[in-house]
Design a protein around this ligand. Sequence first.
Ligand code: C2E
Ligand code: MG
Ligand code: MG
Ligand code: MG
Length: 283
Amino acid sequence: AAKAMGRNRAVVYSTDMRDQLEQRATVARDIQEALRQGQIVPFYQPKIDLRTGKVVGFEALARWHHLDQGLLTPASFQTAFEEPELSIAVGEHILKQVAADIRGWLDQGIDCGRVAVNLSPAQFNWIGLAKRFLEIIHAAGVPTERLSVEITETVFLGRTASHVIAALKEFHDNGIRIALDDFGTGYASLTHLKQFPIDDIKIDQSFVKDLETDSDSAAIVMAVIELGTSLGMEVIAEGVERIGQTNLLREKGCSQAQGNLYSPPMSACQVAQFLRGHEAQCA
Ligand code: C2E
Ligand code: MG
Ligand code: MG
Ligand code: MG
């Protein structure tokens, strides 16, 4: 009976697998079509300097204007960042728009600071990533000092370190800052800070979430701020939703904060309004 059950389970499992693969393939086709239709766009969330209260830059976050489902966040289209070929197409599409938006702001005399672009581990599988990234920036006439990239520690998993180092070095040597995102949720973080040309650290929002009430979170946040600061890095807290978190972060010497307290991610048009200090009047 156990054997029969096992066999049944195996059949069920493989059907699930096939469904999953088919579903992924369908989503991949939908994403490619969405790219062609211009439905996948970067939204921007400001980063605030905790010492001055000024906007120091933005993080570009992908959004999909889906015809039936409305505005989608990356959680609903993860495939876009995970499939090797798709992740390159989506990444290129996002970067081109980011570069065009920065160029547009600069042309209007709007100082958008430095804009961060997220790069997934799948994108790093492609050796040409950094070179193509720089090509796109140069073609748009945007100085590299206007950009940074955010990577997670997952990028170091299962890849030859030399290949990742080469890509990071190319970004870094060209004036593009590199931030380690979701810091503290990965593994062997301290070695990475030493081995790779990391410029900044982003404290994961899971630690920021209960900063005021959980002494463990507070201790971790404190330690990351001290670590980053003594390494000469900017330390950016993400997911800041309350003034109490901001006050504590500033007190502990954190340099930047980002979160819905300041602004949720907004469209490129809203950024221009936001920086001019006007109410958004965007289509
Ligand atoms: P991330 O880079 O760690 O981005 C931070 C996430 O926190 C974003 O989710 C942002 O919208 C959200 N967030 C910002 N402020 C708050 C807040 O106050 N409270 C809470 N609870 N959340 C806040 P989002 O936009 O859904 O993006 C999720 C992840 O998807 C990103 O995490 C990033 O890893 C990935 N991603 C987004 N855009 C891109 C992209 O263009 N390329 C790649 N490769 N990955 C992307
Ligand atoms: Mg990020
Ligand atoms: Mg993060
Ligand atoms: Mg994340």
